[in-house]
Design a protein around this ligand. Structure first.
Ligand SMILES: [Fe+2]
Length: 197
């Protein structure tokens, strides 16, 4: 007897092993959170508990060389992932933005439209910071599915929580729904997110 696994949802995990670059990114994120008035206003309007440059700045790699360096490294990682996925396509960085989440913040479940790969690099993850939770994309079809037993392996769960660390990079296919669980720490949680087309 054989049970075959079909239709995987791959998640690419890597480490940015460059403490200086992570420090510089943290400085830049904190600076943008102070200086970007349009972004602050958008966050206020959307009830985003912290700051994101998502809707206000589309030129981070031109604005700050550390994001230009990061964009190169991310492109290398996205190409490696695309190769693993056997894609006949070289992903190109389409958008990149920063997130600073205050204690108490969370981010509701969402997908990233108009892109093929999405991901996040974690720059500062204080104790108690929210995990990222991925959802089985087939969940809407599972109306009659029985509950599963407690501690099962990742590929059998409907949700998988990952607790990133400073320097963790996660990359996934953009259709994969995910959320950021509530931040129970005491310091801001800093990250850089991006889409590849
Ligand atoms: Fe996201």
């Amino acid at each position: 007897m054989t049970t075959r696994l079909l239709f995987a949802s791959p998640l690419y995990q890597q480490r940015l092993d460059d403490s200086d670059m992570l420090d510089e990114l943290a400085r830049s994120i904190r600076y943008l959170a102070e200086a970007d008035g349009a972004g602050q206003q958008w966050c206020e309007e959307k009830d985003y508990y912290g700051y994101t440059s998502y809707a206000s700045l589309d030129d981070l790699p031109q604005r700050d060389p550390v994001f230009a360096d990061l964009a190169k490294w991310l492109t290398k990682q996205a190409r490696a992932f695309a190769k693993e996925l056997a894609w006949d396509h070289k992903p190109k960085l389409d958008s990149i933005w920063v997130n600073l989440m205050h204690p108490g913040a969370h981010h509701a479940a969402h997908i990233h439209p108009h892109s093929v790969l999405s991901g996040t690099l974690y720059v500062d993850v204080p104790d108690g910071a929210g995990t990222i939770r991925f959802e089985d994309p087939r969940l809407p079809m599972m109306m009659a599915a029985p509950l599963r037993e407690g501690d099962v392996s990742e590929h059998l769960r409907t949700h998988v929580d990952i607790a990133p660390e400073r320097g963790t990079l996660l990359l996934w296919e953009s259709f994969l729904r995910h959320e950021v669980r509530p931040h129970h720490g005491e310091e801001d949680r800093l990250s850089v997110s991006f889409n590849f087309a």
